[in-house]
Design a protein around this ligand. Structure first.
Ligand SMILES: [Zn+2]
Length: 77
């Protein structure tokens, strides 16, 4: 995977699809939510189902970016 490709990637969990992805050894790391995504056969697997959440989170809905989204919805009411 090239740096040019990496620069185009965005976190699939980020509600705004703006969060930048960094390479961290053999995985990809979202700068915004710290979720890790695997690289399989050189292909980044950027799908929520493949995400490895930062401890101690168990669900993507617990991520800070998802909670920000919830607050934004609440403000609109
Ligand atoms: Zn993210």
């Amino acid at each position: 995977m090239t740096d040019e490709l990496l620069a185009t990637l965005r976190c699939p969990i980020d509600p705004d699809r703006q969060a930048i992805i960094d390479r961290d050894g053999t995985v990809l790391l979202c700068r915004n939510c710290d979720v890790r995504f695997p690289i399989k056969n050189g292909i980044p697997v950027l799908v929520p189902d493949a995400a490895e959440l930062p401890e101690p989170l168990r669900e993507t809905s617990q991520l800070p970016c998802q909670r920000r989204e919830n607050r934004r919805i609440n403000r609109g009411n």
